[in-house]
Write a protein that binds this ligand. Structure first.
Ligand code: GLY
Length: 342
């Protein structure tokens, strides 16, 4: 992990050290405009492979376009792909690199808060398939992840909140002090120096969990806190008004902490304070009780399930994780009621 003070120079040095025979850069339509110009002068004559920016394009067609660009550009097993973008670029680019000629090296340069603290770190790569998110993919670590605070300066409020939801999740998994620090953070007027410190802590929490269980056989399932209900809300919203991933995770955290109170003895005051923070900055999801069956059906498709059971990650306290928890359908409905009223 590199925390780059001067991204352009540090990337140039990193690429020189890895010494690829050919270098490729993957951008989306936004990062090619807003981020690539910050690096382009260090890599003259390099023309980025550009993919659409939307999650809708995180599919086999786009992936095939990247494979084609690598092939036409003469990529070999000694080539290197630099993924410059948010989670869509690092997930799809990572999968393209992991599978091209059975695997070429890649570097992730995350440009959104969400990708810095989550998607770019931990080796999950993939694309959406059959209407399900990240259905096809593999675990493959980037050769390096270069996090630059430069990109934090231009973050818009919605993307800041989206990334911060994953940070709040890491804080809940880690400990009371980190959780309290996150709840004190003013998302309406963010202090960038404080945010940088929180980002480092957050990446540290994720790295230490992933190091214990890279392939999600056990403790890495902790990182799914908020995601079973979060993914269902996100998938459901695709058919009405799409929401950013982190907003769905924030709502999922409220619902799954409610379930944690009922099933695992999680403290109610922590639920109340966390729900208050999320409500203040993220509002509430646009769902009614008529949507519960559809949401439940999405939960049944979750990758973490075994057999017909939905597996939830719950907490008995801040920092005390219980994985593979099964709960009744009526508790899920109650949690969704609480989320709507929170
Ligand atoms: N985003 C959860 C994980 O990387 O395991």
């Amino acid at each position: 992990m590199i925390y780059a003070e001067c991204l352009e120079a540090e990337l140039k040095e990193l690429v020189a050290r890895l010494s690829p025979d050919r270098l490729f850069v993957l951008c989306d339509e936004n990062t090619v405009r807003c981020c690539w110009p910050l690096l382009a002068s260090s890599f003259p004559a390099l023309s980025p492979i550009v993919i659409p920016a939307s999650d809708v394009a995180k599919n086999l067609t786009t992936l095939s376009g990247v494979w084609q660009a690598l092939q036409q550009g003469g990529a070999t097993r000694h080539s290197l792909l630099l993924n410059l973008g948010g989670g869509m670029v690092t997930d799809l680019g990572g999968f393209a690199a992991a599978t091209f000629k059975r695997g070429i090296r890649f570097i992730n340069v995350p440009t959104t808060l969400l990708s810095m603290v989550d998607a770019a770190v931990g080796g999950k790569t993939g694309v959406n398939f059959g209407g399900l998110k990240n259905e096809i993919g593999c675990f493959c670590d980037a050769d390096e992840v270069a996090v630059s605070t430069t990109f934090l300066r231009t973050l818009d409020g919605k993307n800041l909140r989206s990334g911060f939801a994953e940070m709040l999740k890491h804080a809940l998994l880690h400990g009371r002090e980190m959780w309290a620090e996150h709840l004190r953070f003013n998302l309406a007027e963010p202090d960038l120096a404080a945010l940088q410190q929180l980002v480092r802590q957050s990446i540290g929490v994720k790295q230490s969990i992933v190091a214990q269980d890279p392939h999600e056989k056990g403790i890495r399932k902790a990182l799914n806190l908020g995601h079973t209900i979060g993914h269902a809300l996100e998938s459901h919203a695709l058919h009405t008004k799409p929401i950013l991933h982190g907003y769905a995770v924030a709502y999922g955290l409220i619902a799954e902490l409610y379930m944690s109170v009922a099933e695992a003895g999680f403290p109610t005051d922590v639920l109340r304070q966390t729900a208050g923070f999320i409500r203040a900055y993220y509002g509430t999801p646009n769902i009614g009780c008529n949507d519960y069956d559809t949401l439940y059906a999405f939960m049944q498709h979750d990758k973490k399930n075994s057999g017909d059971h939905i597996n939830f990650t719950l907490l008995s306290d801040i920092g005390q994780v219980q994985t593979d928890c099964r709960v009744s359908r009526s508790l899920v409905d109650e949690a969704l009621d609480f989320l709507r009223d929170a």
